[in-house]
Structures are given as C-alpha cells and as structure tokens.
Design a protein around this ligand. Structure first.
Ligand code: PLP
Length: 406
C-alpha cells in the first residue's frame, strides 16, 4: 500500500514553510526534492568517503571508485538495459544529448542531411541540433502535435526521408505531460534504417522505462529530476552507436595511453567520460534510483496517475482555467493559463504567497509555445510525494488569482 505520508517524511524540505504557509512543491518538472537517504549519501560522500575515482591505489580512492562504478549497474537495472557497458555517466541530459550531437552526429552528417524532431522538445533536444544546422547545413524537420498535445508516431515515421539521419524525440513532454509512443517511432525509424534518440528526462521519473523493449539507440536521463543531486545523469547508447561514436571531451580517465605522437583511448563507456566526474553527485543519484526502485516504479506511476485524475477533475470544474495538453495517458504535469489578462508570472507570484511553488514561462520549449499560440503558461508538475490535499491548496490559490485578475 502506497503510504504517501511516510514518503513525505523522507523529504525534510517538505515540512518547511514558505511565506508563512506550508510548502506545496509542484515544480518537480524543473527539479525534484531529495530524500534524506540521498542527502545522507552526499554528506557521507564528502565527510567520510571522498577521493578521486579510477586513479588511486589508496583505500578512499578504491572506495569512491567502487561506489561510483556501482551506479552504472543501477542505471542499467533502472532502465531495463542488459549491460552496464551501455551506460555513460554524465552531468545530465543536456550533456548527454550534446555528446551525441558532437561525438556521433557531427562527424557523420553532411549538408542537406535531416534530423526529425517533435515540436514539443525541450531546448536541450533542440539547440544541439541547431548547432549542426548552423555549422554543417543539416536540416531540422519538425513534426507537430495535435490539439490534444498528442504526437502521432506515424507522422514522425512519415517525416523520415532518404536524407534523414536521426529522429530525436522526448518520451514525455515537460510542458504537456504527453507520453510519446517511442517504441512505435523506433520500430518505424529502424525499418527505414534511421537511429532514434529519446529524451527520457521526464519519463524516467514518472513511469517504468524498459529500453530493451523500446529498442532505441540513445536514451538520456538526468539525476536531479529523479530525486538525486543536480550535476548527475546518464545516457544509454546502444553497442552499435557506441562503436560509431567519437569521444566528445578529451582528458584524463578516457585514455589508455598518451604519447607525444598519439593517444589510445580507453574502452567504452570510459572512453566517453573524460576528466573528474561528479563523483558524489553520481553516487547520490544511485541512492535515489535505489530509493525509487524500493518504493516501486509502478507504485509511483499509479500514485501520480491518481493525482493527475484528481487534478483534472478539479480543473474541469473551473471553466476559467485553460489546460494545455489533454492527452489521455498524460503524466501528472499541467500547464495552464487563466482566462483574462493575468500573465503566468503574476499567477505564480500569487501562488507563491500561498506557499505553492509552480513554474511560469516557456519551460525551455519555445517552439511548442509558439505552436500553441501562448507566450507563457504556469506549470504544476507532480512528484511521488504530492497529495490530493495539495491539489486543493493549488485550486484555492487559483480561485484567489481568478478573483484578483478577472
Ligand atoms: N529534456 C527535458 C524534457 C527536460 O524537462 C529537461 C529539464 O528540464 C531537460 C531535457 C534538460 O535536463 P538537464 O537540464 O538536467 O540537463
């Protein structure tokens, strides 16, 4: 039985007040709060177990290396990947996608080659591809979502032409909560010989992910949304693509031998992890993944689905709230505007006074905002520790906004 109060008690920040009110933290889409086990792991990592990894023969270096390297296997288990050698540890999704852009795409793509993106990508899965457009003449092809915010996999597959070299799509929109059928997209793209990159920043937090089942070539996650420390993350790269990819960063750790006239690289995945990594952050991410797996990814998903349904039923009763994205199986992420002239920033300021933390703006998804024809929205995004009572506080605060601004 899912005991949300018990889970809440694991997160010390949730018992604090903001502006004299109990904190209602609904900005999980931006970053999630940390359970005590993660905070303890970070503290212990620095207070008792800190040294650089992979380089020393002394006790602490071996201990830190052992703990750091164990995370590779945890990420593999968390994402349903058979071999931890397919997991590159990094600082988050932004680094992961840039690594693919620089290390795999740039050496392989030529002027006129195409990359297919959905219109609801986060800037982290847009701007690296603009680099290829600006620098190499690569063409970006966009696939729109429908009025519900759904992305038709067939439309993505149909956008693939003879010059398409990559499809890059999100698994879950950080604005609309839409879940994308990335398995169908991968099957269709692979049938046309085109690799697929999936941005799993949001999906991996809210639902069990099985990369072996999806079959994609790249899958990026970010630790700070997964209840872990910021500056941690990972990307899955299939063995085929790993063999094709060049190192993006050069430096220590990613080499076997460096001479005056040449260099031999380490084996993958170490070849793609240059320099001193986020040691303690990564160890903290491993603890966060264990914490989630202990609670159960299906249990978290079921709890969040009930929060989504409850929020939807409340919002449906407020005809002055316009929710963007009505996809049936969406995650518990609600982007909305209020009828009248109030800007999303004004609404979030009023909510903040009531202790309710939401995000306001374009959510690093400007092409989507443009497509929807709204300059900015407020976004309430839920996590494993949120409750229906918190939804009620949100709704009450929105009623106040409605009174103030209409
Ligand atoms: N992709 C999506 C869908 C996101 O929501 C985010 C973060 O907001 C990112 C990518 C970027 O993640 P990070 O900033 O942790 O690299």
């Amino acid at each position: 039985m899912y005991d949300v109060q018990n889970i809440r008690s694991d997160f010390p920040i949730l018992s604090r007040e903001v502006n004299g009110k109990p904190l209602v933290y609904l900005d999980n889409g931006a970053s999630a709060q940390k359970p005590q086990v993660v905070i303890d792991a970070v503290t212990r990592g620095y207070a008792e177990e800190y040294a650089n990894v992979h380089r020393g023969l002394h006790y602490l270096s071996n201990l830190a290396t052992e703990k750091y390297e164990a995370v590779r296997g945890k990420v593999a288990r968390f994402l349903g990947v058979p071999s931890e050698d397919s997991i590159i540890l990094n600082s988050g999704t932004t680094e992961g996608i840039n690594m693919v852009a620089y290390g795999w795409a740039m050496p392989r793509f030529e002027a006129g080659d195409e990359i297919v993106l959905s219109i609801m990508e986060h800037h982290a899965n847009i701007v690296p591809w603009h680099f290829l457009r600006e620098r190499q003449g690569v063409v970006i092809k966009w696939v729109d979502v429908d009025t519900n915010g759904d992305l038709d996999p067939q439309k993505v597959i149909d956008a693939i032409g003879p010059k398409t070299k990559l499809v890059a799509v999100t698994h879950m929109s950080n604005v609309l909560g839409t879940v994308v059928d990335v398995k169908a997209i991968t099957e269709g793209a692979h049938a046309k010989g085109v690799p697929v990159l999936v941005d799993g920043s949001q999906s991996a937090v809210h639902m069990p992910v099985n990369i072996s089942d999806i079959g994609c070539d790249f899958y990026a996650i970010t630790g700070h949304k997964l209840y872990g420390p910021s500056g941690s993350g990972a990307i899955y790269v299939s063995p085929e693509r790993m063999a094709e990819m060049r190192p993006f960063l050069g430096g220590g750790d990613m080499i076997k031998d460096v001479r005056r006239d040449g260099v031999d690289y380490n084996d993958a995945p170490m070849k793609f992890e240059a320099g001193t990594p986020g040691i303690v952050q990564t160890i903290g991410m491993g603890v966060a993944l264990d914490y989630m797996m202990d609670i159960g990814l299906d249990n978290i998903a079921a709890h969040e689905a009930s929060l989504r349904d409850y929020t939807k039923s409340k919002f449906d009763g407020l005809n002055w709230v316009q929710v963007q994205g009505q996809s049936a199986g969406k995650g518990a992420i609600f982007s909305f505007t209020l009828e009248g002239a109030a800007h999303a920033h004004d609404i979030s300021t009023v909510l903040d006074k009531k202790g309710v933390a939401v995000r306001a703006g374009s959510h690093c998804a400007m092409p989507l905002m443009d497509h929807m024809g709204v300059p900015a929205t407020c976004r309430a995004s839920f996590g494993m520790y949120n409750t229906t009572e918190e939804v009620d506080v949100l709704v009450e605060a929105l009623e106040l906004c409605h009174e103030l601004f209409s």
